[in-house]
Ligand binder design. Sequence first.
Ligand SMILES: Nc1nc2c(ncn2[C@@H]2O[C@H](COP(=O)(O)OP(=O)(O)OP(=O)(O)O)[C@@H](O)[C@H]2O)c(=O)[nH]1
Ligand SMILES: [Mg+2]
Length: 702
Amino acid sequence: MLVSMAAPRKINGDRRRRTSVGICIITIFCIGENSSLVHPTPVAHSSCCHNHRHAALTCGGVSSPFELMMSQDDETSSSPSAATTPSERSQRKAAQRARKERTQIQANSNKATSQHPDAVLKRHRLKEQQQSFVKNSRRKHNFAERANFLHQSEKINDEFDANLNAVRDNRLTNINIHPVENPYDQRTGDSNDGGSVHPLHSMAVAKLDRSSTTEDVVTAIKRAQNYHDIHDIREIAHFLLEEVDVSFAYGYRGSLFSRLAVASLHVNNHDIAERCITERRISHRSSMLPLESAAIVRGLLRCHYTKEAWEVLEDELSLPLEGWVDFHRSETFDDNEVHLEKESIRRQLEIRDRLVHRARSVGSIASRHFYEDEPTAAMNAIQKLKDMGSIVREAGLTAEDLGIPWDRLVKGAALCESKRRDGKWDINNEESGEDPSQWPCNIVYFVLDAMVAFPPENKDVTFEALCNALVRRTCFVTGAVGMDGCPEADRGEVAFIGRSNVGKSSLVNMLTNRKSLAFISKTPGKTQQFNYFAVNDKPDLARQIRYGDEVLGSKDRDSFYIVDLPGFGFAKVPQKQRQEWSDFMDEYLTTRETLRVIFHLVDARIGPTEEDAKIMHKVGAIIGSKQQRNHAKYVIILTKADKNVKSASSKNPGKVSESVRNKLCETMKANKVGYAPIVVTSAETRLGRDEVWRYLRLAAEQ
Ligand SMILES: Nc1nc2c(ncn2[C@@H]2O[C@H](COP(=O)(O)OP(=O)(O)OP(=O)(O)O)[C@@H](O)[C@H]2O)c(=O)[nH]1
Ligand SMILES: [Mg+2]
């Protein structure tokens, strides 16, 4: 009996239920027959004997939840003619097994046919057909609906305009004779204060009159711009320029004109734009905001009005940076001077904002000029950008803050340069105002100048564009072991010198954006000659060098040599050879007339070693001596700066410790090399590549 009460809690599935019930029956029989303590009551009997439902129902008819559950289970799981004898039971089990097998076989055969390649293909095709049908029908439906919608809305617009014109004509000509018949009574008519009403298509701002607010006008302009509503733009312009005087939207009038100018450029209504820009310039000069000027400049450039964009920009640039603050000054304020601090921060932010918008506008104008084949004008703009560099740096703005599209500028300049190489501006066309003789050997260098004047960007896409434009072809020319082995000195060249394994060859590869122009190795002393690499030489130079073929053509205007020198100070190289290299280097540095830049590479982790000091001494002596025939610039490059930071990346590309810098300055001073520029680089994170190019260009320019 106790077991039978516990049974329901154990029930989970048919089989378990039957087992527990079976145990139940046995237990009840045992206890019920042999014990006088417990009598099998009808409830117990009925609840336990699931195979004796009929018995339970006849014994009192009490239905506990357990009983109900069991009875339901019986109805679903057992056949009406439940087997009672063992043979019947085994027969039923056999039948069940056979049914199960049949079902399994059927399922397998279905699966086999459904997975047949033909069936799969057919299904796939059918699905595709269905999808394309649905897509097409949907598209057709959309097109039809859209066309219908556009047609309807155009019709409504035309109707509205026609009615409006009629109303206005009527009002203008017959205003004193007839009352105005206005089909849009709710929207138009003369206002109470005697001014005209300017009806709009907009639902939010149905009309503009003297009671309208600044917000109304702004909303109306935004909506008209979004919906390309020329009618509304005209009405707003009419309202702003002729209806209301300067007292309307006092302090914001200039902004309203800017917005309207941008909106009218958007809908190609240039007359209104011109009037707005002029009004803004003449009457609201003091409140011209840089953001708005930049928007107008962009709008004008979109319509190819570069000259007008320049005028707006010149206006903007002519405004002083009022209240210029020293960004590096740490001001201390008393408690009661907090407002002063706030004011100072506000001014700083304002100036930064102004600078950002100015720089972007100049960049946009320069880019437009490049793509319009006007390199001279573009270079003027770039010059302006370059002039802004120092002030932008002083304001502490970063490349991310500024967002100048350097890659676009570089590509634009490269486009002009390639056209120049193709002879586009060979004959001086006076009308175009282009004079290539005044340009640098490669226009891209002009952009590079501005780039390095600005905060460093270190963006791969920009550098790739730069490298593609400046290094179009490279070729290993020769490995010289003496002055006789050097190629003819017919162009500028740069030399990379430094300790063994300091990263000279890696730097050459990084600068030329080539993977294996110079041979790189972990083993020191790999470079054993003065390796000459020609940049931008004639296209088939490699064939000429390799096979001795006579190859026509000539080197480009901006070609130069890169010379990768053997590392000094490597102990495994025999003393005799080291002495030969040293003598060769002395002679080379002193007598090579076409040497434009000496890049001295120093490890950024350890600073200058004794060997470096010797080199500096040599260079110092050459610079100071009268026998120096070349005017080579001496530049120090700190390499492997990435090793000074943990997990270096493009965001954290590398650094140099203060102690290394100090040590370097002291060594430079001691060896009388003057104030040589110091560039921090990393071949891993590509830090400093554009800055090194700033000096490389000296070799390209004859
Ligand atoms: N992490 C890091 N490793 C660098 C950098 N530059 C060079 N290396 C590694 O330094 C090792 C030497 O580089 P090389 O460019 O062959 O040095 P080298 O000055 O030309 O050496 P020699 O030709 O023997 O004088 C190579 O294993 C480079 O991968 C760098 O900026 N960062
Ligand atoms: Mg090397």
